[in-house]
Design a protein around this ligand. Structure first.
Ligand SMILES: [Fe+2]
Ligand SMILES: [Fe+2]
Length: 326
């Protein structure tokens, strides 16, 4: 039983109770479904995905390609953005919520935790549906009849690699929880990249905005759940979790250059490989898509492990602001 006092910026049991009670009024599946499922105009002149988020947007060889091909890349970029969200929800977050509901992790057998995990799970399934509809509208409007087979996005690929390297089942379960926690506390930094963009289809920004509204609650939920789990882990499990955090943070925040390469090649952009190699920026932090670590840093402080995580947050944030040129 936790006895610490809650302060304004502190997540705690009463936060969970407040968020649970507000869910019927807050959840966008209840408040905004008609806006997403109803008819929506599509302006073919507008972009599908912000050029500022294409890591090679300013590359002269990309700029030199025909408008047709650049437009195809832009549309496939929007589809990739959605696929990345859906893959994270379907293959990482929802399986973790199921594990939380099935008491796979220690310390989360309270009803109030199980209730809010179920609520969040419902939100996630709705998000997947919302992003599916968004993609389908775009495919129909742009008459997309073929797409590159890119497999799983980078966040999932890196989880599967870490899982394979970990060997043990309990370590793999912890990695799912870690990937989900990092994702849930920083998905809004990812969604905000689209949510406030005025250069793309209004529906695309709306989907990101609505999704972000639900996720504003999921972040504090996962921090609270993670705190309960973490104090109940063995020392060895805690050390494994802390040591795995940089990989989870990188997996969530990194740009998916391998995916982009397939998209450029599929669209027939000349020198696709050179463009991508130039855009990787020599590796390191320059290849990050998300560089807002505020949610992650708050979570690390709540867990009391902020001094033990081997990740250069300041350097990565600085590389993000200078590397993208957006
Ligand atoms: Fe979501
Ligand atoms: Fe979420």
């Amino acid at each position: 039983m936790r006895t610490t006092e809650e302060s304004a910026d502190h997540v705690g049991p009463s936060t969970l109770r407040r968020l649970t009670a507000a869910w019927p009024r807050r959840a966008t599946v209840r408040t905004h479904m008609d806006e997403i499922t109803g008819p929506e105009e599509y302006d073919p002149e507008l972009l599908d995905y912000p050029v500022a988020l294409m890591p090679f947007g300013e590359h002269p060889d990309f700029q030199g390609a025909s408008e047709d091909k650049r437009r195809t890349v832009n549309t496939l970029g929007w589809i990739a953005y959605n696929e990345r969200v859906v893959a994270a929800e379907e293959f990482v977050v929802n399986p973790t919520f199921e594990k939380l509901g099935h008491a796979v992790y220690p310390g989360v057998d309270r009803f109030e935790v199980k209730e809010i995990v179920r609520q969040s799970h419902i939100d996630e399934v709705w998000h997947t549906y919302m992003h599916m509809l968004g993609m389908q509208r775009t495919r129909e409007a742009r008459e997309i009849t073929a797409e590159p087979d890119c497999g799983h996005p980078v966040t999932n690929r890196l989880l599967y690699q870490a899982q394979e390297a970990s060997g043990e089942r309990s370590a793999a379960d912890l990695l799912y929880l870690l990937w989900t926690t990092v994702g849930e506390v920083s998905v809004n930094a990812f969604l905000d990249l689209m949510a406030r963009d005025g250069t793309v289809q209004p529906m695309h920004a709306l989907i990101a905005r609505l999704h972000a509204r639900d996720e504003a609650a999921h972040g504090p939920v996962m921090v609270e759940v993670m705190k309960d789990v973490f104090i109940n882990l063995s020392k060895r499990q805690q050390d494994f979790f802390v040591a795995s955090l940089p990989a989870g943070i990188n997996a969530f925040c990194t740009e998916d250059f391998d995916w982009w390469l397939k998209v450029l090649a599929f669209a027939g952009i000349p020198k696709a490989r050179d463009i991508i190699e130039d855009s990787r920026g020599g590796g390191g932090h320059a290849g990050l898509l998300v560089t807002d670590f505020s949610g992650i840093l708050r979570m690390l402080r709540e867990l009391g492990v902020e001094d033990r995580v081997d990740f250069d947050f300041a350097g990565a944030a600085a590389a993000g602001t200078t590397g993208r040129g957006a």
